[in-house]
Design a protein around this ligand. Structure first.
Ligand SMILES: Cc1ncc(COP(=O)(O)O)c(C=O)c1O
Length: 471
């Protein structure tokens, strides 16, 4: 007989390791301290024949991996668009792992089914989206875009008399997709995965903040006929700007097109009464992609694919029946109806916990606090000699450039300052190119960031800039 070998001490040890990491976040270097080569040298080894005790594994994981960890959940990590993890959401993730429920269908876990139902309705409520919209709990913005565009492809083709389940896109009328010039790369990836090649994708010009120009969209839409999808954006990954959603949706709907809004982080503006103007009209779109692991501050991986017409969503994504899979006939939620995956963890638990611990007011405060930090960061940085804030700071993104004699030396200087700042380790933000020029890209989306963290970071960037100019 196999011995029952559950050692609760393994979990206690893991909790202690986690708490040490979390406690250290405000003070440890934000970057990893070990290189990839050093990590390989210490971690890589052939698979041993014999296993060891779980306690040993946990201790080993801390010892070997800690030098390669980045303080991404910490208060001064401003790279990409990275949220922290609310303690209650993290606790919910621990429970999710312990419970190990399969959120595929209600039959596997009534709890997972209902918690997703509730979390979905709270999400729609806090974002001000139509209550009858459907929500798929996916891994993040990429899969949210993919899932929504899959529903869009299904529905616009259905309206054109094509059943993509039967024919795919073979022999179907041309599907035209319109995206802003600065659409996120995950839109392009999603379209590729859906078999919509770049020849069928029209890039609509954007203004200097990266917002789609509606008159050009309207002209482009008039230039053809047949099924069409327009991908708008709420929250440009560089500038934080918003496409004029109301106008885009009006123009697209007038042409019979489906409108998808990629609002991976920017859609959260809808949760704050004062910021809601940025997304004005957005609720009339057909689908929306938004992340949980960015601004809602739940752990990776968590995103939401939201579709106004639930039947289009379900028709495109549902699992085609198999004899052993009991389906709900709509009496209970089957999580797999709304996402590309089949088995998966119960992502809704952490989303429930985050929304429950914050409440409507807490979500609004979190969003506004990050925006206010972004404004403070921009004000502090623009005082530095030769620094230019490149974007209108309308949300949580700040783009800053450091100028030298000419464009090339400004780009070099900007990169040098970024590297020095990253190496010092007080804060971390990454480089980008915006409209052909190098810039430092700062995104603030963490619940635990304080004004003091912003001031420390401004001082660190100022130090890096001074040292680079003196070098
Ligand atoms: C506008 C936008 N869309 C999509 C994504 C992709 O999200 P994810 O990395 O969660 O897949 C991002 C990521 O930053 C984003 O900013």
């Amino acid at each position: 007989m196999v011995a029952r070998m559950f050692d609760p001490e393994v979990l206690t040890l893991a909790r202690d390791v986690a708490l040490r990491f979390l406690d250290g976040l405000p003070t440890r270097k934000v970057r990893a301290t070990a290189s990839i080569d050093a990590l390989r040298a210490s971690i890589a080894r052939p698979l041993p024949d014999l296993g060891v005790a779980g306690r040993e594994v946990v201790a080993e994981l801390e010892r070997l991996l800690d030098p390669g960890l980045v303080a991404t959940p910490g208060p001064r990590y401003f790279g990409f668009v990275t949220g922290g993890t609310l303690p209650a959401a993290l606790a919910a993730e621990w429970l999710t792992a312990a419970w190990d429920q399969n959120a595929y269908g209600h039959i596997m876990s009534p709890a997972a089914s209902v918690v997703e139902e509730v979390a979905a309705s709270w999400l729609l409520d806090v974002l001000g989206l139509p209550a009858q919209a459907s929500v798929g709990f996916v891994t993040g913005g990429q899969m949210a875009n993919f899932t929504c565009l899959c529903a869009a492809r299904y529905e616009v083709m259905r309206r054109a008399g094509v059943d993509v389940d039967v024919t795919g896109l073979h022999g179907a009328p041309e599907l035209r997709v319109f995206v802003g010039e600065q659409a996120h790369v995950t839109i392009t990836n999603a379209l590729r995965m859906l078999g919509i090649g770049s020849r069928h994708v029209f890039q609509v010009p954007s203004d200097e903040q990266g917002r789609m120009r509606t008159p050009e969209l309207a002209v482009a839409l008039r230039g053809g006929r047949g099924p069409a999808i327009v991908c708008a954006q709420a929250g440009n990954v560089s500038t934080g700007s918003f496409d004029p959603l109301g106008e885009v949706i009006d123009a697209a709907h007038a042409a019979g097109a489906w409108v998808h809004v990629d609002g991976a982080f920017g859609l959260w503006a809808a949760a704050h009464p004062k910021l809601r103007a940025l997304v004005a009209g957005f609720e009339a779109a057909d689908s929306w992609a938004v992340d949980g692991h960015k601004w809602l501050n739940v752990a990776y991986d968590s995103g939401f694919a939201i579709v106004a017409d639930a039947s289009a969503h379900r028709s495109a994504l549902r699992v085609v029946a198999a004899p052993y899979l009991v389906q709900s006939e709509h009496t209970a939620r089957d999580g797999s109806d709304w996402v590309p995956e089949s088995s998966r963890r119960a992502r809704g638990v952490a989303v429930y916990a985050a929304l429950r611990v914050l409440g409507r007011q807490g979500v609004a405060d979190l969003i506004e606090r990050c925006c206010s930090h972004a404004r403070r960061m921009a004000t502090g940085l623009e005082r530095l000699a030769g620094a230019t804030i490149v974007n209108d700071v309308v949300l949580n993104q700040v783009l800053v450039r450091f100028d030298a004699n000419d464009v090339e030396s400004s780009d070099r200087l900007t990169h040098a300052i970024i590297e020095r700042m990253q190496h010092e380790g007080v804060c971390w933000a990454g480089p980008t190119r915006y409209r052909g020029r190098a810039a430092l890209r700062i995104a603030i989306s963490n619940w635990s960031t304080t004004e003091a963290d912003i001031d420390l970071s401004i001082a660190a960037i100022a130090r890096a800039a001074r040292e680079c100019r003196e070098a």
